[in-house]
Design a protein around this ligand. Sequence first.
Ligand SMILES: [Zn+2]
Ligand SMILES: [Zn+2]
Ligand SMILES: [Zn+2]
Length: 332
Amino acid sequence: MARRTAYTKVKRLNFSNPDHVKGMGDKTFRGFQCLNKECKNLIFVQVERIDPDFEYICDKCGFEHKAGETTTLYNYELIDERDKSLIEAGSFQLLHDDYVGESKEYKYCIVCGALKPFELFDVHGSRQTGRQGECRLCKQVYNGIKNQTRLTEQHREASQKRRLYTHFEDREKMDVAIIYARFGNCCFKCGTDLSSDLTAGAAKKEGNLDHTLPVFYLWPLTTDSATLLCREHNGEKAEKWPGAYYTDAELRRLSALTGIEHRLMAGAPRFNPIALAKLRDAAFIESLFEKFARYPHELLRLRNRILAETGFDFLDINANISPEWRRRADEL
Ligand SMILES: [Zn+2]
Ligand SMILES: [Zn+2]
Ligand SMILES: [Zn+2]
């Protein structure tokens, strides 16, 4: 892609920041949750460094976080397990100095105006905070404009696509552990051991689950039907129909594991009939067009694909949908 960094300049036309952000791009805040458990307030205090004699008062509940003082969370008895005798009784306490001392550092982004943790800003040695004025996200968008490598449109398309397909899934609560166990914690395609995922965060685990029958054809991701794949093979399989990706032996094994008919997976791609049935509901169609009115491309493309493959046109179902949508879909 052409890069035009050298001779481009981004001229800002209608930019302004509210007063509480002006001049704050190089100021440090510490952010912590109010220690009063009944209070949900997040407290941000502007500091150079934490004053050893601090006194931060919650503006919601008045709780005082004072240096040198403690908050008791519970009382305890320490018991000798052997003879059940009491060794000592006391209270479980947090020292405010420790609690506030380990709080995160935040600062304002001078572009989006958001108060964000330091790690969301690139390092900048000569500034007080040691961080750049604008956050990474704003910098990324800015560079995209300046270098003509903007990703926003592609991102938006991908996001609209994900949003659209969720309307066809009655998403049950998935049991990730059951899926991993069914596949012996290994990638179905290459056998790579993925058991370390089980201790990782949920996002990582879900990242390795494949729909088996693609969401592109409106099939849901469920505990029963998901395939466990490593990141590489998940990326490779992507939206392919199983028959276009797996060998016949693999399809037979997968059918045994997921209960999906071998014939269905090995045959030509097919839309999920349950999802298609939803598209015969006029109110559902109307709600889709309402939700995707601003970015209707993915919805119109879906209409075209279903029409081409099944002869069913969901635009015929609801008489209230403007004929303009039909014209736009036909043009795609
Ligand atoms: Zn409070
Ligand atoms: Zn920003
Ligand atoms: Zn693999």
